[in-house]
Design a protein around this ligand. Structure first.
Ligand code: HAM
Length: 429
């Protein structure tokens, strides 16, 4: 008998390693640029972590969990069921609490890459073992943070050079307005029950929000006259969402508000978002999904701490990279390193990185490093030809310093002329 892989799992062969390396490279450099540090949590966790967090009645927890069979001679105080993680977020939140990360300077920004397990019916883009990349930010509910996380997610997909993608966002309210939103949805769907599918009739009783996400044509029709979620949530959430949108507009991230976007886990509050292919109208193979989860840390026994994050499926991304025939060479050379000093300068550095990307100039930064010395050391290590330096002074007077890394010569230029000057120096014009 020939041995087979377990259903819904697959081998990653040598010929495919370049795709994985390409994606890991994009993840690591996005993390470095945006000041996210790596964390790894176990693949095996207690079932309670997901029941409490992801949600006992969610499909992932109620139907798709791989339970770990254990021997009967375990100590009597460790009888709680153990499972393979279906997602990374709850493990990271547990670690945040276990290691007192709430005492660290906030926001705490971490990322992780690793396998997850869901007992799904295997089909294209849906596996029982799959890898996720995951980014989480703890400690702030500033709408600018939502926009920054969404823009980071969009940047990763763009750095992977995936085409024909769309970003959808929505708000689903907070713990103060959720029950009022659910009441109003129950009221609305009470008149549509005749056309709802069997699953949605059960959702109607348990959590009518989930009806919005149903792919069945009649259920979609049933949601058509509904008041958009962004107008149903409380004033505070409305204000938060409109600020997120303003920030997104400022950062030129193309978004669309989708009233039917709800996401399938219990922990989400306020802003939620997904990135998928434009052609995937029914959202059946979303590439990336995330949102705010301001109550989860409290649910796990911590002090109220707002948080937001996103995860993306690496196999799904590889499928598209292959389908779109995207070249996966890893850029070896760093042409420009962007160094910054101070909060304002950090934001400007992100804009400059965007400009460089648009011009096709390979650039790196390390926003988590706070001294110029450590940043220039890194620029040296990467063999960058030039460093752009922005401090508080440059931020205020609209200039930037260009430093030739080989010669150590520095020149001050207006930010408006920065790209032209750099292109000249790099012989790109
Ligand atoms: P999720 O939407 O369940 O969110 O999963 C994120 C991504 O994982 C999906 O967009 C998809 O690309 C991939 N994925 C999910 N299930 C499968 C599967 N069976 N086979 C292949 N790929 C799959 C989360 O897991 C949240 N933890 C995201 C998050 C982080 N929210 C806040 N922080």
């Amino acid at each position: 008998m020939r041995m087979q892989t377990v259903r819904g799992t697959s081998d990653i062969l040598p010929e495919d390693q370049r795709y994985w390396n390409f994606i890991f490279n994009v993840i690591n450099s996005s993390a470095e640029i945006n000041g996210f540090e790596k964390i790894e949590t176990p693949i095996i966790e207690y079932l309670g972590l997901f029941e409490k967090g992801t949600g006992e009645t969610t499909e992932v927890v109620s139907k798709q969990m791989f339970e770990v069979k254990r021997l009967s001679n375990e100590p009597s105080d460790d009888k709680e069921k153990q499972v393979l993680r279906p997602e990374i977020t709850p493990g990271i939140v547990r670690a945040y609490l276990n290691h007192g990360m709430n005492q660290w300077p906030q926001p705490v920004q971490v990322f992780s890459i690793g396998p997850c397990f869901r007992y799904e019916k295997p089909q294209a883009g849906r596996y029982r073992q799959f890898w996720q990349g995951d980014f989480e930010s703890f400690g702030t509910d500033d709408p600018a943070t939502d926009a920054r996380m969404i823009s980071l997610a969009w940047g990763i997909i763009k750095d992977l050079r995936i085409r024909n993608v769309k970003l959808e966002i929505n708000t689903i309210g907070c713990s103060n307005c959720r029950s009022q939103v659910l009441d109003s949805l129950t009221n609305y769907f009470s008149k549509k029950k005749a056309i709802l599918c069997k699953d949605c009739l059960s959702r109607y009783n348990k959590n009518p929000l989930r009806i919005l996400d149903c792919k069945k044509v009649n259920c979609q029709k049933a949601t058509k006259d509904m008041i958009p979620m962004k107008d149903q949530v409380c004033e505070h959430c409305q204000d938060h969402f409109s600020q997120v949108i303003d920030f997104l507009k400022d950062s030129n991230v193309p978004y669309s508000i989708s009233n039917n976007l709800v996401r399938g886990f219990d922990y989400y509050t306020r802003t939620i978002f997904e990135i998928g292919l434009k052609s995937d109208i029914k959202r059946q193979s979303t590439l990336l999904g995330g949102g705010r989860y301001d109550n989860l840390i409290e649910t796990y026994g911590g002090r109220p701490t707002p948080a937001i994050g996103f995860g993306f499926g690496i196999e799904r991304i590889i499928n598209i990279i292959k389908r779109q025939k995207i070249k996966v060479e890893i850029a070896e050379k760093t042409q420009v390193f962007v160094a910054q000093l101070g909060e304002d300068a950090k934001r400007k550095a992100l804009t400059i990185l965007e400009w460089l990307k648009t011009e096709g100039i390979s650039a790196r930064a390390a926003l988590s490093k706070n001294t110029l010395k450590s940043q220039l050391k890194m620029a040296d290590k990467l063999k960058a030809e030039y460093a752009i330096i922005i401090g508080q002074r440059e931020f205020l007077d609209g200039t930037a310093i260009i430093r030739s890394m080989n010669e150590g010569i520095q020149e001050v230029v207006d930010q408006e002329k920065l790209m032209d000057k750099l292109k000249e120096k790099l012989h790109l014009k």
